[in-house]
Ligand binder design. Structure first.
Ligand code: ZN
Length: 310
């Protein structure tokens, strides 16, 4: 069993419109845009990163906006809900705020004894806020939201699976432990994790496979400290039979990817070097950053990309 994984690193999803996406995360949810770059594999489209002040692992929601993408069909083999942590007592504030902004799908309930507010993103993305007592992670309050209410990072993701058996086994191999099972849901936790250390598995044996599109989670990334630990995890996964990609330089972290038997694409990402490696923490996310291999295309890319701020 592995002990290098610390919890979630980032969640990456697809969106139909960059400007709408940027407004939703920076205005409605008041996260900080910590990087404005392009999809390294498709540099004519943005890759936008939102998170806390520094883009700490476990706080980073990222998006590929593809202007001509179709709508998704929700189903199994995907992350159904991405869940953020807010302080105890904050959900009333969020219910009013998101209600005033006409956000779809607002619904309050409880899961595993925690108060939860579910809602939909601009493309029908499944989101929720959960009240967490004593989440010590720092708040980004420059978005106009006080420390009593601000999002602290991820709480968990909910994986919707036709059969949760193989994914449950994989997560246990990755160092997670089953914490609780209730109402058909299984909650796993990574002991001594980074705050974003919970995963809920939701078996849905009679639901067909998801078809990806706008609002789908593209992949979920787990955090490891550095490249040395990433190599250990890669070797262990490959020794267990997983087909893992070579290590890929994503400028702000190093990444490896593998498809899980339940259908979800997993990534293992390093905490190093982080988002301030090419701009000051005070100015994160302001300038368009291009990876070295695409810098020669800057003029064409800048002419093509729609400005995020109207
Ligand atoms: Zn990723």
């Amino acid at each position: 069993m592995l002990n290098q994984i610390q919890g979630l690193h980032h969640v990456t999803s697809m969106a139909a419109d960059a400007r709408t996406n940027n407004r939703f995360f920076t205005d409605a949810l008041a996260l900080r845009r910590v990087k404005k770059t392009v999809n390294f594999d498709s540099p004519d489209t943005y890759h936008l990163y939102y998170g806390d002040e520094t883009g700490a692992p476990g706080s980073i929601m990222t998006y590929f906006p593809f202007p001509h993408i179709g709508q998704r069909r929700p189903g199994t083999g995907e992350v159904g809900t991405t869940v953020f942590s807010v302080p105890e007592g904050a959900l009333g504030f969020w219910r009013n705020r998101l209600g005033d902004l006409k956000v779809d799908g607002l619904k309050a309930d409880e899961t595993f004894g925690e108060k939860r507010l579910s809602f939909s993103g601009p493309d029908g993305d499944g989101f929720a806020l959960v009240e967490v007592k004593d989440d010590v992670r720092p708040a980004w309050t420059h978005g106009g939201i006080s420390e009593d209410h601000a999002i602290r990072g991820f709480h968990s993701v909910v994986m919707r699976l036709r059969d949760d058996g193989s994914t449950s086994e994989l997560l246990k191999f990755m160092g997670y432990e089953v914490q609780e099972e209730k109402n058909g849901l299984k909650r796993l936790t990574k002991p001594n994790g980074n705050g974003a250390h919970l995963i809920d598995l939701a078996p849905a044996p009679h639901i067909s496979s998801a078809l990806p599109g706008a609002g789908s989670v593209h992949h979920v990334a787990f955090a490891v400290a550095d490249r040395a630990t990433q190599l250990e995890v890669r070797k262990a996964l490959m020794d267990t039979g997983y087909q893992v990609t070579p290590i890929i330089d994503r400028d702000y972290f190093w990444a490896i990817y593998f498809r899980t038997p339940g259908g979800i694409l997993f990534e293992i990402a390093t905490n190093e070097p982080g988002f301030n490696q090419d701009e000051d923490t005070a100015h994160l996310g302001e300038a368009l950053k291009l990876p070295r291999q695409h810098e020669h295309l800057r003029a064409a890319i800048e002419a093509h990309l729609e400005p995020l701020e109207a």
